[in-house]
Design a protein around this ligand. Structure first.
Ligand code: ATP
Length: 387
């Protein structure tokens, strides 16, 4: 059930809007307010999934309501309703965070599409918020080695800009972690972070996944569907394993980056998107370019800032910290007391050949916690850490 508030001083228009919405979906629970101040009071007292708000109104105009509501409940999408004289203001409200605007008299199709999109978006933002609560801890970046320090410094500098970032490094080095931080520390952090693993999606589906499709575009396209570019609007799109993307999808991504526009598969209608793309790969893209598997022009678009995440072998100094971090996390997950590691055990693990992989280190720590003694010893490491 979606709760929608209609703030409109003209009773006739208000009635039309309520009627259209009621007829569209019985599950919409619709409330009304006849001026800005009454609307704002309702927003404070109740939780809405969407607000439709007229711009010109007595007491408190729509722009003021939008600004107040953004401060108190920024997750509620606003669709502004503009009359003849206030189209410029309507466009401006988009900059203030309105989701969209519609003109009076409202066009039925446009209204319903905008309402549906806004409600979809609200769900995403809420899901994202829930995730984000976990993000802080889940995405802790452990390490004090100069290599990690320098990555943290680059993230600090680059995140607030809108520059695209290409993250390279072996499997499990922490590329996704870096991408999350670029988003978290950017001005886009309250908008969605959407991840697409390009290697995991069959090449014939990747375009639909990224750009969406319209009904009938292909056999299984039974209804219109937005893609990840649209879902990431105003936020960050993380294209993981971009080196595995098909050439035809690469061409479309290039266009999206050049023009900030996409079109759904099966449609030639352009949709504007405002998305920051962060990409990652474990491949050597220069080699892929030479082999004709990766577009050089796309590479240059993506690699405005390059961050190389070093292998664990290149920052062994961080291994003791990572062991302690994982040991704590694992005991938290298992609800047991954290086990300690003897100095010899840590030294031995520090000398291992990790060929890049932090994920592997975590697994080894988990195995040692389960199988080792109360204090994990060098003997335990020799016995149980073999890979
Ligand atoms: N510096 C770090 N501190 C703490 N945990 C880390 C660090 N780097 C990576 N990890 C953890 O290691 C695991 C692998 O990291 P991540 O998924 O970011 O790697 P990746 O390079 O994106 O991997 P892949 O190449 O397989 O996609 C994750 O569980 C991540 O939280």
């Amino acid at each position: 059930m979606s709760k929608i508030l209609v703030i409109e001083d003209e009773a006739a228009i208000r009635r039309v809007l309520v009627k259209i919405l009621n007829e569209e979906n019985e599950a919409y629970q619709i409330e009304e307010a006849s001026d800005g101040a009454a609307g704002m009071l309702k927003i404070r007292q109740s939780d809405y999934d969407l607000v439709l708000c007229d711009i010109k109104m007595p007491k408190m105009d729509g722009v003021e309501v939008l600004q107040e509501a953004r401060k108190e409940k920024p997750e509620i999408p606003f669709i502004m309703i503009s009359g003849h004289g206030d189209l410029d203001t309507a466009v401006q409200t988009m900059r203030l965070g309105a989701f969209d605007y519609i003109s009076k008299p409202p066009d039925l199709n446009r209204l319903l599409t905008t309402v549906r999109n806004a409600l979809d978006r609200k769900q995403l933002v809420v899901a994202n918020k829930r995730l984000k609560k976990k993000v802080g801890k889940k995405f802790e970046m452990i390490g004090e080695s100069p290599e990690i320090q320098s990555i943290k410094e680059i993230i600090e500098k680059v995140a607030p800009t809108d520059a695209r970032v290409l993250i390279t490094g072996s499997n499990g080095t922490g590329k996704e972690l870096v991408a999350h931080w670029v988003h978290e520390k950017s001005t886009r952090s309250s908008a969605p972070f959407i991840e697409v693993n390009c290697a995991a999606i069959p090449s014939e589906l990747i375009e639909s996944e990224l750009f969406g499709h319209v009904k009938g575009a292909f056999t299984s396209a039974v209804k219109d569907r937005a893609g990840k570019f649209e879902a990431a609007n105003k936020g960050t799109l993380f294209l993981d394993e971009i080196g595995d993307m098909s050439l035809s999808a690469q061409a479309k991504v290039l266009r999206a980056l050049q023009e900030n526009k996409i079109s759904r598969v099966g449609s030639d209608k352009d949709i504007s998107v405002d998305v920051r793309v962060v990409a990652a790969t474990n491949k050597d893209l220069q080699k892929e370019i030479e082999a004709g598997r990766f577009r050089e022009d796309l590479y240059h678009r993506l690699a405005v800032i390059l961050i190389r995440v070093p292998d664990l072998n290149e920052r062994r100094k961080d291994i003791p910290l990572l062991i302690a971090h994982f040991a704590n996390k694992i005991s938290e997950e298992q609800g047991s007391v954290a086990k300690s590691f003897s100095e010899d055990a840590i030294r031995l693990l520090q000398e291992y050949d990790w060929t890049g992989n932090i994920r592997e280190l975590r697994n080894v720590v988990e195995r040692l916690i389960i199988l080792g003694g109360q204090e994990v010893s060098a003997e335990d490491v020799a016995l149980f850490a073999s890979k």
